[in-house]
Ligand binder design. Structure first.
Ligand code: NAI
Ligand code: MG
Length: 354
């Protein structure tokens, strides 16, 4: 069997971490006897500055023909913030109905959170973030810009289909894990959206009688997640809260260099897209100081999404094993550059236990 992957390296450290992750994917494919064919897509700041277009319809159609998409990161100081991030990532999430963002927050054996001192026994949760709506729909406007009378309106949208898809996915995941689901929102203030989220959770919960569910406010989550991550199994939340608590989760895990994600289309009607949580990190681009673990762990989620469960487990285990040997998770203190760490992960893939 052959899996066709579209690869968008993107900007800054994106291409380096993606190349490093692909080394691990290829090693896992060799071990488990399947083939991976990749098609590189030249998207990101350079392409945009050259053509004035972030991604056109023809390119979107070609991306759609692939089984999955691996993305590095986009974003460049020469381009207005948002043009590439919204124009590519948010646009593809919507076009390909990737309504579920999967964000594992896990400390691997032997690792202790550098921030909170929490250890591996007490940190293994997954954040499920609704990925297409909320405040990210972009609706609203700015009137009287540049004057003291300026007024901005930024609309938030919550619909039953997309929310139900995310909540149902979260319950299904919890049922296969430790059977606990937590809704994270701010329903005491955002009463309309909060009520709809809670109603949908209560309704879907009926279909998963073994899964317990509770509720935590997004602000309180910012305290519980770092101090007591062991309290959570699956956390389901909206787009903006999910974005924020995901980065908090990354900090608990050891930094953005370790945080993986999937933009997942649960219906399988278009490819899912797998990307590290971090951005293009222009401050360290070209230096070899980027940790490719986040990209490798995202690639492991990709293999799982393609049905290659053993290969996914092995790539995850190999990455965790290499991480445990690194003296630091970012910068020159890692003791090896991005490509070397990628090569080490690929080598470990050949003999690590899943
Ligand atoms: P960033 O994630 O690129 O970097 C934040 C900090 O973390 C920097 O100090 C960076 O050096 C460090 N860092 C990030 N990834 C690392 C890795 N793998 N290993 C070691 N250190 C790492 O976020 P920032 O600086 O806010 O944004 C830079 C650009 O990336 C902006 O244009 C932003 O819009 C874009 N961005 C794109 C994302 C995406 O493509 N999904 C996500 C977040 C930001
Ligand atoms: Mg983010």
């Amino acid at each position: 069997r052959t899996h066709h992957l579209a690869v968008i390296g993107g900007d800054g450290i994106g291409p380096d971490v993606t190349t490093a992750a692909l080394a691990g994917v290829r090693a896992a494919a060799d071990r488990y006897g399947f083939a991976v064919e990749t098609t590189d897509f030249d998207l990101g700041a350079e392409a945009y500055l050259r053509t004035g277009v972030v991604v056109d319809e023809e390119t979107t159609a070609r991306l759609r023909e692939h089984d999955a998409i691996l993305l590095g990161a986009v974003g460049d100081p020469r381009v207005t913030p948002g043009v590439l991030e919204r124009g590519l990532i948010v646009a593809l999430r919507v076009a390909f109905r990737q309504s579920v963002n999967i964000r594992p927050v896990r400390l691997y054996p032997g690792l202790t959170s550098p921030v909170t001192g929490v250890d591996a026994d007490n940190c293994d949760l997954v954040i499920i973030r609704e990925n297409t709506e909320g405040l990210y729909t972009g609706g609203g406007g700015l009137a009287h810009a540049g004057t003291p009378g300026a007024v901005a309106i930024q609309n938030s949208v919550t619909t039953v289909p997309a929310t139900t898809e995310a909540v149902d996915f979260a319950f299904r995941l919890a049922a296969a894990r430790r059977k606990r689901l937590t809704l994270c929102h701010k329903k005491n203030v955002l009463v309309h959206a909060g009520q709809l989220w809670q109603d949908i959770v209560d309704e879907v919960a009926v279909r998963y009688p073994d899964v317990e569910h509770d509720y935590v406010h997004a602000d309180a989550m910012c305290q519980h997640l770092p101090l007591n991550p062991g309290r959570f199994d699956v956390v389901v939340t909206d787009n903006l809260f999910g974005d924020i608590i995901s980065d908090l989760g990354a900090t608990v895990q050891g930094g953005l260099g370790l945080a993986a994600s999937a933009n997942y289309n649960p219906a399988g009607s278009a490819p899912s897209m797998y990307e590290p949580v971090h951005g293009s990190a222009p401050d360290i681009a070209g230096k070899g100081w980027a940790n490719p673990a986040a990209a490798a762990l995202s690639a492991a989620l990709c293999l799982a999404g393609l049905g290659e469960r053993d290969a996914a487990l092995v790539l995850e285990a190999a990455t965790a094993s290499v991480l445990a040997e690194l003296p630091a998770f970012a910068g020159p203190e890692m003791g090896a550059d991005t490509a070397e760490i990628g090569a080490r992960i690929a080598e470990r893939v050949t003999d690590v236990d899943p």
